[in-house]
Write a protein that binds this ligand. Structure first.
Ligand code: 5GP
Ligand code: ZN
Length: 138
């Protein structure tokens, strides 16, 4: 487990290592991803260390969606994007590399050549079983 002391995004929040800052408030910081999927790819991180969405700090002031909308709107306008993806990897199996929760705002262009995830099929009746199982954990 990575401690706050060693966490790269905590170091960015503490300004111990530089970032290309886009916006911040008391609880969240937005900065450019150093290896963008498309130029303008921006990360939004909570200033408090947490590893993923499930242990996300309860925001006291920030409306996180408003924060993300404000930043995404600026990213889209600045890059003249045709759209954007809002993404979050949770856990190594999902592609999360940095164990400090973060959202990706990725500007998208009609001709950027990126592929979307493939679709799978449910077996007959399987969708109902999956639905019931998930609901049982609420
Ligand atoms: P993940 O795969 O964990 O969801 O995404 C981590 C992201 O953090 C990657 O897209 C990677 O390029 C970005 N990243 C890793 N280290 C740094 C860094 O030191 N500075 C910045 N700005 N971005 C970083
Ligand atoms: Zn951290």
């Amino acid at each position: 487990m990575v401690s706050e002391k060693d966490c790269i995004f905590c170091k960015i929040v503490r300004a111990e290592i530089p970032c290309s800052k886009i916006y911040e408030d008391n609880e969240f910081l937005a900065f450019l991803d150093i290896r963008p999927i498309n130029k303008g790819h921006t990360l939004v991180v909570p200033k408090l260390h947490c590893k993923n969405l499930l242990d996300f700090p309860k925001a006291e002031e920030t409306d996180l969606i408003e924060f993300i909308k404000k930043v995404a709107n600026a990213v889209v306008k600045a890059t003249k994007a045709d759209g954007f993806n809002l993404g979050m990897n949770n856990g190594r199996a999902s592609g999360q590399v940095i164990p400090h929760a973060h959202f990706h705002i990725i500007p998208r262009f009609s001709d950027d050549g990126l592929r979307h995830w493939p679709n799978r099929e449910y077996e007959k009746g399987e969708i109902d079983k999956v639905q019931k199982k998930i609901v049982s954990f609420l």
